[in-house]
Design a protein around this ligand. Structure first.
Ligand SMILES: C[S@@+](CC[C@H](N)C(=O)[O-])C[C@H]1O[C@@H](n2cnc3c(N)ncnc32)[C@H](O)[C@@H]1O
Length: 154
């Protein structure tokens, strides 16, 4: 199974990246895992809708036929960690890959949400996308330890 986490924008502060890299290296023991960062689109006149549309093109171009597309959005479905691990397990057992996408400052285009297999919320609160990335990669790690029956999740 392959899991790809595609996000828009880079972590220029360096604040969250060490944590992302830590969980990414732990995840690599369980699955093929790839982190992809796409540049933020300015939009022709700097309009948020232009930027979101350009970013949606770049995000959706990454989708492969075997991918389940999971769009991260605060208005999405709230799952607990066990429910999320079951979702990951069903994907794995169904020979699917996961493509998880996190929007940039302007959020995700409606097209991405509409075409997603799951719109997933990490909280009802809005998080900076870099922090959402850390939370998600930790929850992915947690999900795989749960699927293996390991004691990380308490
Ligand atoms: C700064 S937020 C964008 C907020 C934007 N105003 C909106 O309406 O979507 C950037 C990205 O982080 C992710 N994100 C932020 N908070 C989230 C949450 N609570 N649950 C899931 N994803 C979240 C989403 O992918 C979002 O597109």
């Amino acid at each position: 199974m392959k899991v790809r986490l595609v996000s828009v924008g880079r972590d220029r502060s360096g604040l969250y990246e060490p944590a992302v890299q830590e969980y990414a290296s732990r995840l690599a023991h369980y699955t093929r895992f790839e982190l992809v960062e796409l540049p933020e689109a300015g939009g022709k006149k700097g309009k948020a809708t232009d930027a979101r549309a350009l970013e949606a093109d770049a995000l959706l171009a990454r989708r492969k036929p075997q991918d389940l597309l999971v769009a991260l959005d605060e208005r999405g479905k709230l799952l607990d960690s066990v429910e999320f691990s079951r979702y990951v397990g069903r994907a794995r057992d169904g020979a699917k890959d996961l493509l998880l996408v996190i929007g940039g400052d302007e959020g995700l285009d409606e097209r991405v949400r509409q075409s997603a297999d799951l719109v997933l919320s990490l909280s009802k609160m809005t998080l900076p996308h870099r922090l959402a990335r850390v939370v998600l990669v930790e929850q992915l790690y947690r999900a795989f330890t749960l699927l293996k029956g390991e004691p990380y999740h308490k």
